[in-house]
Structures are given as C-alpha cells and as structure tokens.
Design a protein around this ligand. Structure first.
Ligand code: RTP
Ligand code: MG
Length: 141
C-alpha cells in the first residue's frame, strides 16, 4: 500500500454551486470521501482576485467570460486536508467539461457546461500552496 501523504488542497465552490443550492451536496461529497474541512469562507470576489487566482489563464480566450462568471455572485472558498487530497479532489470533481465528465463525479452529475462546472481544485502541490496563501493568508506555512 502506498504511504499516506496528508496534504492540503484549495477548492472553490463557484457561484453556480451557490446559486443552485448545491453547497451542501458538493461539500458532503468531499467529507464523505474522508477529507476534512480546514477552512471555509463564503465571499464575493472582485476581478483583481480572480486574475490572481487564475494567473495561468488570464491571457486565454476563455478567460474574460470565466472572470465574469467567478465574480458574478458569492462563492465558497475551502481548504481540504487528507491523504493525497489534491489528486482525490480532482478525481471527485471530474473532467473540466461537465458535458463529458463521468457520471458519479461532481461535474458529471451536476454540470452541463465547460465553464459553469461548479468547482475548482488545485492541480499540484505548488498551486495548492499558492492558492491557499492567496485566499487564506492566515494558513500559509
Ligand atoms: P479548475 O482549475 O477550475 O479546477 O478546472 P480545471 O483545472 O479542470 O480546468 P482549467 O483548464 O484550469 O480551467 C479553469 C476553468 O476555466 C473554465 N474554462 N472554460 N474553453 C472554455 O470555455 C473553458 N475552459 C476552461 C472552467 O470553469 C474551468 O474550470
Ligand atoms: Mg485548473
């Protein structure tokens, strides 16, 4: 059995999750899997924070509508902790495009969109550390 690697990851429940009343449903999937909520905050972000969060995407064609979407209403920022949390969360989230994401995943079960796909999860230990420091500076270590 692979060694236990407890790590933290950063998750966004994007504004579509809040608007659709799916915060509890989505959070319960992470908790049911065994991940622990370390920090959680509902907030509405401005374009400057969106640009910092999505720094690797700001020059992409799809970014302006993505920025409008993520600033369109309250979202929930979460830090989760557990064994291989980064990879586990991305598996639970499913493929980026909800239209092709596998049934059983969050996006596969609840999204029919390539943009309004409910969740974000850090994609590496480096991005998890950067995103946690950006959104929850009090947790940076
Ligand atoms: P995330 O960062 O949100 O966890 O999603 P991801 O890694 O699966 O996808 P990524 O490539 O990082 O894209 C970030 C978010 O941008 C929106 N997107 N729109 N072609 C498009 O219209 C397009 N491609 C991506 C999605 O909201 C995606 O989650
Ligand atoms: Mg990504």
């Amino acid at each position: 059995m692979a060694a236990v690697t407890t790590e933290r990851t950063f998750v966004l429940l994007k504004p579509d999750t809040v608007r659709r009343g799916l915060v509890g449903e989505v959070l319960s999937r992470y908790e049911a899997k065994g991940l622990r909520v370390v920090a959680l905050q509902q907030r509405t972000i401005d374009a400057a924070l969106a640009d910092q969060h999505y720094v690797e995407h700001v020059e992409r064609d799809f970014y302006p509508p993505l920025r409008d979407f993520v600033t369109s209403g309250p979202l929930v920022a979460v830090v989760l902790e557990g064994d291989q949390a980064i990879e586990v969360v991305r598996a639970l989230n499913g493929a980026t495009d909800g239209r092709v994401a596998a049934p059983g995943t969050i996006r596969g079960d609840f999204s029919l969109s390539n943009r309004e796909n409910l969740v974000h999860g850090s994609d590496s230990p480096e991005s998890a550390a950067r995103e946690i420091a950006l959104w929850f500076p009090e947790l940076a270590r």
